[in-house]
Design a protein around this ligand. Structure first.
Ligand code: 3H9
Length: 676
């Protein structure tokens, strides 16, 4: 091993301790694999060494193969070969696990002969989330060790299990003390050094379990819709039940390589890195001093204010929530409690946690009570005058240095900030509904927003487990601004001969959770309605005037039954027909491709404008917004990445064919043969 190798070895009696120190997550890079290989040579060549203890420094055990190497030429020793050599090794290898043993990390633990872990450790094979499968024997060794049902859950869904579950399932042999992993692992190594035969997972048989496999497929069909990787993981687990290890490993290898070169995996890997990149703010040092946020104020106890509050309460940050009327305040706090209790009922929270969260909530009718808050988020009615009045008041109440945020979805943050004497402390925090569940947070940077305010908001987003993206001030910011052309075209398509169900189906087939009209029905057809039933200027006006406000009223673009199951509505068809006649819009045969071009290509076009105007820092941020805020299928990488996969030339041609003005940046990139 060289001095720069992330792997070091050290003797402790008969045991060779092999330590990996490859920050930040001990990814199994070529240097790590080479180092481990050489450490095995060392152990092999020294008769005094009776066992090998593999342990990691830093915050975690190997969190997987090094994903950054996937697009580079392979460097030996490859991970599958390293794991195989470990499994066949003549001296016992003990894996001492802390942090997250993920992907190739879990497989390295499986190749070891004994596994000891701290109680807080997690084990998982999340490759499916990168459009892959555990390609270093995971699909073959897991079912042999933990059985088919758990192996299916772990590989095809990709969620980790706790050390305790892993222990119960036989994946972990022994639990160590939380703070004494090395000592406990050494003792374990000494205990098993001479034990024979050496337990090797690959020598076990996986029990055939055809029913478990069929049940699993049927139960998860909807969840896995459109994706290649879950099915490939299932096939490999199934192969483990009928093939000897060597053949199973080959089966896995072939399936892995197919996935590795699939556009879906490229898209998912893009999103993985895009999500992490989004938290970095161009031009702001990563070590900038942040403001301390010990108490948060929320103005408005409606659905949005309540949801926003829950994020902080769940993270242990006390919240003061303000409403104008006692009734509304009681209703809002009641709803928060109801939500928490529903979570507790599902076993995802204890009663004590519910009480702790509710205990950290201070409801009040007085704005003055916000004076001790470090961050105040306004979630009142979406109207500029109302917002300005609130911020004017806040300016007088909030302590110096408090961050003042608006949850507006569209309005100008600069104008809101100008209603205070401290525009440097003002920014937008655009949560998505339901705010306690949706992962996305658009952090809107005003012209005068201070760097430390922005950086504090981004860090806080991580604390409350949101994926945050910086957006510039423009109408609708990133996400809603791109939604506008999509919704407009969807409406025009109705006028030209399409039905809501047809347009929605194309979106659902594309991989979206719902189409534009299903989304309108969920959000509320009455949103933004002028509320004058006699003023009917659009199909939406006509629906709203008839009380067809969407799912909440049992009718919108669709009719809904008591279980909220939609069906096409004859009444809506009449309304559309009426508008078609009145407008004289030309009817024509509408293909799926035309729907894609007019509703999705137009979004890409708008995204290009957002980028050119500097309202998003990078194209990948736009992708993150759409994946985490609007359900764009992650395996299609977000609109800007997908545009690259489609080919920007094709996007330009599609836009031109339909008479749209092509954004100059999009045209420029298409002409140069580039992607975003
Ligand atoms: C695999 O193993 C394939 C094999 O089966 C088969 C091979 C044949 N590689 O998330 P964080 C970076 S596939 C390279 O902010 P956290 C990440 O980009 C792999 N880099 O930290 C970031 O960089 P930066 C299966 C990686 O504490 C930094 O580390 N494994 C990798 O919130 C910190 O990351 C997975 O899919 C990697 N594997 O969460 C696990 N992982 O600072 C993927 C992370 O420059 N990783 N980075 O932005 C995770 O889930 C989380 O990173 C983890 C830590 C839970 C580990």
């Amino acid at each position: 091993m060289t001095d720069t190798s992330p792997i070091s070895t050290q003797r402790d009696g008969d045991i060779l301790i092999v330590t990996s120190d490859n920050p930040p997550v001990n990814a199994l890079s070529a240097a790590v694999r080479t180092g481990i290989w050489q450490a095995l040579d060392e152990a092999e060549g020294d008769d005094g060494i009776k066992a090998v203890l593999l342990i990691c420094a830093g915050k975690t055990w190997f969190a997987g193969a090094d994903i950054t190497e996937f697009t580079k030429p392979p460097v030996e020793p490859l991970l599958p070969a390293m794991v195989e050599r470990m499994e066949g090794f003549a001296k016992p290898i003990i894996a001492a696990v802390h942090g997250t043993a993920l992907g190739g990390g879990c497989e390295t633990a499986l190749g070891s002969h004994y596994r000891i872990a701290v109680p807080s450790a997690k084990f998982g094979t999340p490759e499916v989330k990168l459009g892959l499968l555990p390609g270093a024997g995971g699909t073959q060794r897991l079912p042999r060790l933990v059985g088919v049902p758990l192996a299916l859950e772990m590989t095809a869904k990709g969620d980790p299990i706790s050390a305790k579950q892993a222990h119960e399932a036989g994946l972990v042999d022994r639990l160590a003390g939380e703070d004494s992993l090395k000592a406990d692992a050494l003792a374990f190594a000494n205990e098993v050094a001479a034990a024979r035969p050496i337990p090797r997972v690959g020598e076990k048989d996986a029990t055939a379990d055809a029913k478990a496999i069929e049940d699993f497929k049927a139960k998860n069909a909807k969840r896995f819709r459109g994706q290649l990787a879950p099915a490939a993981n299932i096939d490999c687990v199934e192969a483990a039940t009928r093939l000897p290890l060597a053949e199973g490993l080959q089966f896995e290898r072939d399936a892995f390589m197919k996935l590795m070169f699939s556009p879906q995996s490229a898209a998912l890997r893009h999103i993985f890195f895009a999500e992490r990149k989004a938290s970095k703010i161009d031009g702001i040092a990563p070590d900038i001093k942040l403001r301390k946020i010990k108490r948060v104020g929320v103005i408005g106890a409606g659905t949005m204010g309540g949801g926003i509050s829950m994020n902080f309460l769940s993270a242990g940050i006390p919240v003061t929530i303000v409403e104008m009327k006692q009734e509304a305040l009681d209703h809002g706090t009641g709803l928060i409690r109801k939500n928490y209790e529903a979570t507790a009922k599902k076993g995802r929270m204890t009663e004590a946690q519910v009480e702790a969260a509710m205990g950290a909530l201070t409801p009040t009718l007085k704005m003055e009570d916000l004076s001790d808050c470090d961050l105040i988020i306004e979630a009142v009615f979406e109207n500029m005058d109302v917002k300005k009045e609130v911020f004017g008041k806040l300016d007088k109440i909030a302590k110096p240095g408090a961050i003042l945020a608006s949850n507006t979805s569209y309005l100008d943050i600069n104008e809101i900030a100008a209603s205070t004497s401290r525009p440097q402390d003002v920014l937008g925090l655009h949560f998505f509904s339901p705010a306690n569940i949706m992962k996305l947070l658009e952090v809107v940077r005003g012209d005068k927003t201070a760097n430390d305010v922005l950086a504090t908001a981004m860090a806080l987003a991580k604390t409350i487990r949101k994926v945050a993206v910086v957006a510039g001030v423009c109408y609708g910011f990133i996400g809603n601004r791109m939604l506008i052309p999509r919704q407009m075209e969807a409406m025009k398509l109705l006028m030209e001969g399409a039905t809501p169900a047809r347009v929605d189906k194309v979106h659902v087939d594309f991989g979206m959770p719902m189409g534009p009209f299903q989304m309108s029905d969920l959000a509320g057809v009455d949103i933004g309605w002028h509320r004058d039933p006699n003023r009917i200027e659009s199909i939406r006006d006509a629906l709203a005037a008839e009380g067809r406000w969407g799912q909440k009223k049992g009718a919108g673009f669709y009719d809904y039954d008591a279980n909220r199951q939609p069906s096409e509505s004859p009444r809506v068809a009449e309304i559309i027909e009426d508008f078609r006649k009145k407008s004289g819009a030309e009817q024509h045969e509408i293909t799926d491709q035309e729907i894609i071009e007019r509703t999705l290509y137009t979004m890409v076009n708008e995204g290009a404008k957002i980028l050119a105007e500097g309202k998003a820092q990078r194209a990948s941020d736009i992708d993150v917004v759409w994946v985490y805020g609007y359900g764009w299928p992650p395996y299609k990488g977000g609109p800007m990445f997908w545009a690259g996969q489609e080919g920007l030339k094709k996007i330009v041609e599609g836009l031109e064919k339909n008479g749209f003005d092509v954004a100059p940046l999009l045209r420029e990139k298409a002409d140069k043969g580039e992607t975003f």
